[in-house]
Design a protein around this ligand. Sequence first.
Ligand code: HAM
Length: 430
Amino acid sequence: MGQKIQAVKGMNDLLPVAQKDFALTAGLWQAFEESIARWTRRYGYQPIRTPIVEQTGLFVRSIGEETDVVGKEMYTFSDSNDALSLTLRPEGTASCLRAVVEHNLLYNGPLRLWYMGPMFRRERPQKGRYRQFHQVGVEALGFEGPDIDAEIIAMCADLWRELGILPHLTLELNSLGNRQERAAHRNALVAYLMQHEDSLDEDSRRRLHTNPLRVLDTKNPALQSICDAAPCLSDYLGEESLAHYNGLKALLDGLGIAYVENPRLVRGLDYYNLTVFEWTTDKLGAQATVCGGGRYNGLMEELGGKPAPGIGFGMGMERLLLLVREFGTLAYQDAPDIYVMQQGEGTLPAAMQYAMQLRAAGWQVLQHAGSQSLKAQMKKADASGARFALIVGESELAEGRVTLKDMQGVRGQHTVAAVDMMNTLDEWKQ
Ligand code: HAM
């Protein structure tokens, strides 16, 4: 026997049943995908699907060379035919905008798009953090806001409410201003941090010159007081940026959506300006952010398109579903409605035909496969969790009848004319 081969670390199988170290099932996953499709339709967002592999340059240019994602987490390889460098997508915004630019999709005006699928980052795996993880992303392109900013945030709140997890999530909000405002703040911040350079740790000293805003993200308690007293970006916002931010807050207030302003919220990707937000929870340990997003007004141009504003968010499906599984509600039915069994000469074709008729009428039907005693079949029916059983026996078949059994016992077991099968089940279902 050959040695067993295991899945790659940080990449999960989604099975029909929960695993010891990964509680999500494919059934829950699929139910979530279905509610996402309904939810995006409710808000007029159109689906888009892009390849999982893109040219590496796309991510370097959009996400930014100095970010952790591009600097150390991408799965990059060269195509064997030529020297082209390719990367498994670490996120969806860059691919989405690449496709919009490539196919000139903004030609007819603004667009509301959504996508769902696997993303890849070589992070240290732990609960809620994986190397292949999945995002649902929404991108609204060509809208200046702040109305659309409020719409996509309200859209999130609506989904959390539907999933029963709104009470466990906090909306954190900030404005990053425009490029000039950020540059002015960055200069002030670098000057300030340089005054404290001797007290910084190695990571922060390196970031001071590459990505000073990220210094403020440090988890090092020794640096908190330095960070707390650092120049704050909100003090550098100009009139227009403030008007945008205040406009968004007023709309959120009007919609009754609570938020916490977090002036330290900078996000881990470089393309953001103005509005940024994250939905966080204290229920998932260190992996607190289930959804993050913001505005990226310069990104279309950066990727070779005509300038157009944009805003969006990405939610981590694993993190969200871990939360839903424990605290929320997402109803889905794994078990069949009806388990069909048969026994005796000539009963199999009839049983299969009944099963097909029932499926055509919308029932979820599991047909017993293989030849076993009726007792063994009934055991399987029980284990399947089916609500009803349909039994086709030799004598019933000869009389044009079938036996129906309510597996929960309420309606008992009855033999009815085959033509009445459907009506009886409809009645029993009530
Ligand atoms: P992000 O904050 O990098 O943003 O990722 C969005 C969400 O994906 C996170 O909040 C988290 O829930 C989930 N996530 C990220 N990394 C992992 C991981 N290793 N394991 C599990 N879940 C993870 C973006 O990707 C942007 N494209 C969002 C966006 C769209 N901004 C504008 N439009």
